[in-house]
Design a protein around this ligand. Structure first.
Ligand SMILES: [Zn+2]
Length: 601
């Protein structure tokens, strides 16, 4: 019989040079030799534009059952997981789910907070896919797997609502064996103006109640650089943004590109618009999905400030002044693909964000000009939008826009700098305070820095040295044995790292009518350096079911509280006939072809 042990493995999220792809597994074998596995998060990683891949995912092949798309044969997982726990609905924590299902994988039972659950279900429905079952959980809920593993949910604060941390305790013969706190991404010094909150007392209480011979805490290292500034706080962020607008009263079109799933971003714009007495239009598929998920979950805080109709109605409504468009595009998604001609992505609402369409003058309704003020609230992050972000803003400025940026590590083309937003992750000082408190409760706590490159994880280690907390540095695909008060690397157990990545093969922009409008998605296994190993699957992007099915999503989502909202959704949905949608698409295609044939971009 196998001897009892608890293993912890990061499959993604502790990357060499990129951010994202968060995924970890706890594998516990109890005194009777029974093995239980639980997984935390399954996110996408932001790949470099020159790789040709849009995103990459942790390779979880051995953990999920799947249907081989070619032979239709069912392939059982070698190491099945009992459940997948999701910390929050950011792309780098949940972004792999849809494409794993498209590749034929069967998701294990999923547990997540209310907003996270609704967001994912809406995202699946909007893709015309069947909606996965997700158990809604909240802080304090304990999920037991036999008598050998239990997972407790705990509230954390982050830039998106309903963020949850998970404390896992394993048992051998009825006695605690190892404890792991996975915070996901988190803040401890400030709570979001909407949704659940971090509560230090409750957080420390979990450690108090549940200690084991080995105690681990995984620490989000995104913002633990020693130079990270003190937070300005939500109200100051709103005041600063409002002041920028007041300084530019001659400009009546405000464009605020945000991270679509950052409720914190949206909340600052909503509060600024409230002060200005105007309404916001949310432009971009993912922003609208965030709004719908907020409504379904019962967070209606933004409702009075968000314009309900379509963009044409918004732009022509004389009562709305100034026009304030919050759009997808803080990470300038699609710009480099477009400029490198990797794929013509202007048709795809996922691949090319709204702000990039505006910057390239491809947006069907919004034209940037001398009347435009661009609030570049999200700071530039080298690994994600270090090249494309500044380029996008410069393209906007070249069309006459006044661009104001939040200062970051990188200077962006002489634009005015105003602090308009904080990081959604705990800074060095907050991490130091939190961990000195945790150490008082659990003196032998061991910290594992995650969610960062080696340099960022090293910053967290320095903070831990300062407060006398032991640190264990790990990397992707390395198995750690927990037990007897220690963490050890499993010798010779680092398997070569690979990712599952996808690229979009889009129609020929020069007018080959035989290519389907929606193009293809190719899935590949790639090395750590994004070199292709083998093609996994190739799928048409055209919706499988009739487009009408997409709009019945609110019927599928059970939420008695929101019945009137659902009724409204159903009515608006009826207006969106598939015929009309197709006509709009065809029109966009026609206009683009005209632009190209004229020898434009
Ligand atoms: Zn996050």
């Amino acid at each position: 019989m196998q001897k009892p042990q608890t293993l912890l493995k990061f499959i993604g999220g502790v990357n060499k040079d990129r951010i994202g792809g968060n995924c970890s597994v706890i594998e516990h074998t109890d005194g009777q030799g029974k093995t239980t596995r639980v997984m935390f998060d399954l996110g996408s990683m932001f790949t470099p534009a020159e790789s040709g891949f849009v995103a990459a995912y942790p390779n979880v092949d051995e953990y999920f059952d799947r249907i081989d798309l070619k032979t239709k044969e069912e392939i059982k997982a070698l190491k099945p997981v009992e459940a997948l726990f999701l910390t929050h609905a950011h792309e780098d924590h949940v972004g792999a789910l849809i494409n794993y299902v498209k590749m034929g994988y069967k998701l294990p039972p999923i547990k997540a907070g209310g907003f996270t659950r609704n967001f994912i279900r809406l995202a699946f429905a909007k893709e015309g896919m069947s909606v996965p079952e997700i158990d809604k959980i909240k802080a304090g809920d304990i999920i037991k797997f036999g008598d050998s593993v239990e997972v407790e949910a705990v509230d954390v604060s982050h830039s998106i609502v309903d963020s949850i941390g998970f404390h896992t305790l394993t048992y051998v013969d009825g006695k605690p064996y190892a404890a792991v706190m996975n915070n996901g991404d988190f803040l401890t010094e400030e709570n979001m103006p909407v949704g659940n909150s971090f509560n230090a007392e409750q957080y420390l209480d979990v450690f108090k109640r549940k200690s084991a011979p080995t105690n681990i805490v995984c620490l989000d290292s995104t913002s633990t650089t020693p130079s990270s500034k003190e937070r300005i706080g939500f109200e100051q962020a709103v005041d600063n943004t409002y002041q920028v607008v007041k300084d530019n009263l001659d400009r009546n079109l405000i464009i605020s590109p945000v991270i679509s799933r950052s409720v914190q971003n949206i909340a600052i714009d909503v509060e600024t618009a409230r002060k200005l007495g105007t309404k916001i239009f949310l432009d971009g598929k993912w922003l609208q999905t965030v709004r719908d998920a907020m409504m379904l979950t019962g967070y209606k805080d933004f409702d009075d400030v968000l314009y309900k109709g379509n963009i044409q109605g918004y732009l022509s409504d004389k009562k709305i002044y100034p026009k304030y468009i919050v759009c997808t595009g803080a990470f300038a998604q699609g710009l480099e693909d477009y400029q490198n001609n990797v794929g013509m992505t202007a048709y795809s609402p996922i691949a090319m964000s709204s702000a990039v369409k505006m910057a390239l003058d491809l947006h069907p309704y919004v034209k940037i000009g001398r009347n435009t003020l661009v609030l570049a609230r999200q700071r530039i992050i080298n690994e994600i939008n270090g090249n494309s972000g500044p380029k996008m803003l410069q393209l906007m400025a070249a069309q006459g826009a006044e661009v104001v940026v939040t200062p970051g590590e990188k200077k962006v083309g002489g634009f005015r700098e105003v602090r308009m937003q904080d990081s959604g992750h705990a800074n060095a000082k907050a991490m130091e305070k939190l961990m000195s408190d945790v150490k008082k409760v659990v003196p032998d706590i061991i910290a594992i820095p995650i969610h960062g490159n080696p340099e960022q994880c090293e910053n967290t280690k320095k903070i831990m040295d300062k407060v006398g907390v032991k640190t264990h540095i790990t990397e992707n695909n390395e198995s750690l044995i927990l037990g007897n008060g220690r963490v050890e690397n499993v010798p010779d157990k680092i398997t070569p790292m690979s990712w599952y990545a996808f690229k979009l093969v889009m129609p020929d922009p020069y007018g080959n009518k035989d290519v389907p409008l929606d193009g293809m998605t190719e899935f590949w296994e790639v090395t750590e350096n994004y070199e292709p190993i083998r093609k996994l699957a190739e799928i048409s992007n055209a919706p499988k079911s009739a487009p009408r099915a997409k709009y019945s999503l609110c019927n599928k989502i059970e939420d008695a509280e929101n019945l009137p909202y659902r009724e409204k959704m159903r009515k608006t949905s009826k207006a969106k006939s598939p015929k009309k949608a197709k006509a709009i698409k065809e029109n966009l295609r026609y206009n683009l072809n005209k632009r190209f044939s004229k020898g434009g971009r």
